[in-house]
Design a protein around this ligand. Structure first.
Ligand SMILES: [Zn+2]
Length: 342
């Protein structure tokens, strides 16, 4: 009898409950409408330079920057030149680079290791790391991450990966230029990560090979897909895990013309079948190592992971506004964490 009741509850009530939670979360997201969006926003980042950098990475000559392939290697060497001209200090194991290889294996995740993913072998991979010392060099790092790899060529089509994630890397470079002239309190680490599309393997390699330890890091800001305007929405993922971020994001919202939506970080018993993006990009690896994080990115759009994700389709004004919002967040975070540390 008990088993029958349990089975009826499970097959009858559980799906209904999940559907209700999913709808409730969708309504919550839809209801997040700031009083009004700022009409004028700060203009500290060079929108044209970001578009030039994005377009270089998304050019057909880069062949979609698949990890380990020629286009990714060319991008990596170009990134080293950018880091040098910005004046970032090398922070890898071979100058700016952390080279690594991945053997084929099965990766488990989840509380009960219930999720598994087949990870393919990767050779010739490398993360690109540069740093700025900050005004208080003894503080732990704020780490800005953006993956530079994408899907390469499939069935003869180049997957250019303009939004995913040339946009994040171009923003990261422009942020580095800004902070070179306007130093933060914390030291900053900028990491262009490889192999994200192959299961976050670049971020995994950072910790696996003792390149970094969680103790050295105060916070991870991950940017992945910043440049496509879907309802002027920018998602900020991580406030469920770190509710202390809300007041900072409120301040960012007050000076932004994009809608900052805090979502896609709630577990199934809070948000039903709403996608949980906590492990969807490299911030997930920082989170697994206990490093506080926020992930900024737009919603999946029609050109996501398609050959149509090109530089021409970027929404340039929106992309600039999003990048300014990320900069505002880092400035506020730096102040608050430095005050907490002092
Ligand atoms: Zn991505």
């Amino acid at each position: 009898m008990l088993a029958v009741v349990a089975a009826v509850s499970y097959y009858g009530l559980y799906p209904a409950w999940q559907a209700w939670l999913t709808e409730r979360e969708a309504a919550r997201i839809e209801a997040i409408t700031p009083q009004q969006l700022a009409e004028t926003i700060p203009n500290r980042l060079d929108a044209q330079r970001m578009m030039d950098d994005l377009s270089w990475m998304a050019h057909p000559d880069r062949e979609g920057r698949e990890s380990g392939q020629a286009g990714a290697l060319a991008t990596r060497h170009w990134l080293i030149e950018q880091y040098q001209s910005i004046g970032l200090q090398p922070a890898g194991q071979q100058g700016y680079l952390q080279e690594y290889e991945v053997k084929e294996h099965i990766q488990f995740s989840g509380l009960f290791r219930q999720r598994q993913r087949q990870i393919e072998a990767i050779t010739n991979a490398a993360n690109v790391l540069g740093r700025l010392p900050g005004q208080q060099p003894d503080l732990p790092y704020l780490v800005v991450t953006a993956h530079y790899d994408h899907l390469g060529i499939r069935n003869g089509d180049i997957f250019h990966g303009a939004d995913d994630n040339a946009s994040g890397v171009a923003t990261m470079l422009e942020l580095a230029r800004y902070f070179q002239h306007n130093p933060t309190q914390h030291p900053l680490l900028f990491i262009a990560l490889d192999s994200e599309e192959k299961g976050l393997q670049g971020a995994v390699a950072l910790f696996q090979h003792q390149m970094l330890t969680a103790e050295q890091l105060a916070f991870n800001i991950n940017v992945d897909m910043l440049s496509r305007d879907t309802g002027r929405k920018l998602f900020a993922v991580g406030t469920y895990q770190h509710p202390w971020l809300h007041p900072l994001l409120d301040q960012v919202q007050a000076q932004s013309s994009v809608r900052l939506i805090r979502a896609h970080d709630r577990p199934w018993w809070r948000a039903g079948r709403t996608e949980n993006w906590t492990q969807s990009s490299d911030h997930g690896v920082f989170h697994r190592h206990g490093v506080p994080f926020v992930y900024f990115g737009v919603a999946d759009h029609a050109d996501y992971h398609s050959p149509r994700d090109t530089a021409e389709r970027v929404d340039t004004g929106f992309y600039h506004a999003v990048s300014e919002a990320v900069l505002s967040f880092i400035l506020l975070l730096d102040q608050q964490l430095a005050a907490d540390a002092g």
